[in-house]
Design a binder for this molecule. Structure first.
Ligand code: HEM
Length: 482
């Protein structure tokens, strides 16, 4: 009888807690910052307070305020992103995206030299090798079958990022089951409804406790896998030189002793500790892989669903690169329509729908007082769809970004790579590898929608397509015969 009482009491307690959680969730759900709530909230206002679960965020749409936050006051007031609990961030805690103030400045200035146009030119032949491999793989496919676009472009992004960063050729285009590839994928299996995300949304203050309990947002086994692989690669780099310059080598050349990594204002100007080197390598793989492949997928979708724009791009490609013309970095960067199409696709479907900065001290911007510690959000998706900034904002019109029209555009309404000193460090690298892939693809294939293509595209609450983007790719040689 005693056992049955205890059992009933604990069942009741469990039921009560689940019910209370459910009610709490219902109460915050309408306040979650999804695309639609954003769009409804901003009607000619400079700012609006919204909630990520229970965490308040000051969403700013005033372009003057945005300029101050992202650029003018970046170093003095808006240097950092939201506080990430060190325990929950796991080994990412010293990654460039997370670190703050002086430590961020040191890491950023140590990594920036990797992304000069001189370095990109050095990396370019590596990207060409992987783009050729991608084309060969596409040619082997049954061309009657529709293709899930992200599944084929993602391995290309991963291969270029890993080989240019570490001189390691994982060839995920041909080895989808390679542990490196499967572990990267595991990282992005992120669900808004995962128990951990729910708990953090409802009770942001428990992050510290979870961190101390050793609970991390990321799969431990994948984290361990990557750190082991990166450690091995780093040790190999220390031992021998194959003459190739890569990102890891650059970091190793600037390695500093471990004791210098504390979060103090007294930081060396440059250099990374051993663990920081591993973390930045990790950030590069993850940052480069997901963003680039998503952006490419959206671009191909937008082109396929706007055949007149696709046609213009094909004409530009055929004019500038008739068959057998070698592709050079400089010539690729001069492809105006390609650049316009990429920009327009990133406007229509920005990969990062929102940017964030924490306000370090109370400031007044454009007559609005922002108190210290306020989390400020810049809703890039909303800005990119604002009819006051863009005519017919839901239409794909690359001409908006033509050299003539671009001068009239307000740059604070278009920030697919962020803006100011803390913008995307890999922007030019990403643009290079995306341009190269589209060029090679359209040189070799015609692209079409098919019955599996969802038109119009629907996004879920975390801005991802509800249905995988699917298209048909037919070799141009076959098309010419028809
Ligand atoms: C199309 C591809 C990409 C897109 C759309 C993209 C977008 C972004 C955005 C929106 C941010 C935040 C900027 C801000 O807060 O102002 C960011 C930051 C960052 N991105 Fe990218 N990114 C892309 C590719 C890459 C690649 C290829 C790399 C590395 C190889 C990379 C590395 C980073 C890093 C390290 C940061 C943090 C910078 C810092 O905190 O100082 N990204 N990216």
């Amino acid at each position: 009888i005693a056992y049955s009482h205890t059992y009933q009491r604990s069942s009741f307690l469990l039921f009560f807690c689940t019910f209370a959680l459910f009610l709490l969730f219902l109460s915050v759900w309408p306040r979650l910052g999804t695309a639609n709530t954003h769009l409804k909230l901003f009607n000619e206002q400079l700012y609006e307070l919204i909630y990520d679960g229970r965490l308040p965020i000051l969403m700013v749409t005033d372009l003057e305020m945005i300029k101050a936050i992202m650029v003018k006051e970046c170093y003095s007031t808006f240097t950092n992103r939201r506080e990430t609990n060190a325990g929950l961030a796991g080994p990412f805690a010293d990654g460039i995206t997370v670190v703050k103030d002086e430590r961020w400045k040191r890491i950023r200035s140590s990594l920036s030299p990797y992304f000069t146009s001189g370095r990109l030119k050095e990396i370019f032949p590596i990207a060409v090798t992987h783009a050729d491999r991608f084309i060969k793989n596409m040619q082997k496919r049954d061309h009657e079958q529709p293709v899930k676009v992200k599944e084929v472009v993602a391995p290309y992004s991963l291969d270029v990022v890993t080989s240019s960063s570490f001189s390691v050729d994982i060839d995920s285009i041909n080895n989808a089951d390679d542990p490196f590839v499967t572990n990267v994928k595991k990282f992005f299996k992120f669900s808004l409804f995962s128990p951990l995300i729910l708990i953090l949304t409802l009770f942001p203050s428990v992050a510290n406790l979870l961190g101390k309990m050793g609970i991390s947002l990321f799969s431990r086994s994948s984290v361990d896998f990557f750190y082991n692989v990166l450690r091995k690669i780093k040790d190999e780099h220390n031992k021998e030189s194959n003459g190739r310059v890569d990102f890891l080598k650059l970091m190793i050349q600037n390695q500093i002793p471990d004791e210098k990594f504390e979060d103090t204002s007294d930081q060396p100007v440059k250099g990374l500790t051993d663990h920081e080197i591993l973390s930045q390598s990790f950030v590069f793989i993850l940052g480069g892989y997901e963003t680039t492949s998503t952006t490419l997928t959206y671009l191909l979708y937008n082109l396929a669903t706007n055949p007149d724009c696709l046609e213009k791009l094909v004409v530009e490609i055929d004019t500038n690169f008739p068959s057998d013309t070698p592709i050079t970095y400089d010539a690729l960067m001069k492809m105006d329509y390609l650049e316009m199409a990429i920009n327009e696709s990133m406007r229509l479907l920005p990969t990062a729908p929102r940017l964030e900065r924490v306000c370090k001290k109370t400031v007044e911007l454009n007559g609005v007082t922002i108190p210290k510690d306020t989390l400020v959000g810049i809703p890039t998706y909303v800005l990119c769809h604002d009819p006051q900034l863009w005519e017919s904002p839901d239409e794909f019109r690359p001409e908006r970004f033509s050299p003539e029209s671009k001068s009239e555009m307000n740059q604070y309404g278009f920030m697919p790579f962020g803006l100011g000193p803390r913008n995307c460090i890999g922007m030019r690298f990403a643009q290079m590898i995306m341009k190269l892939l589209v060029l090679k693809l359209l040189q070799n294939f015609s692209m079409e929608t098919c019955k599996e293509t969802q038109i119009p595209l629907e996004l879920n609450a975390i801005f991802q397509p509800k249905v995988p983007i699917t298209l048909k790719f037919i070799p141009r040689s076959c098309k010419a015969k028809e």
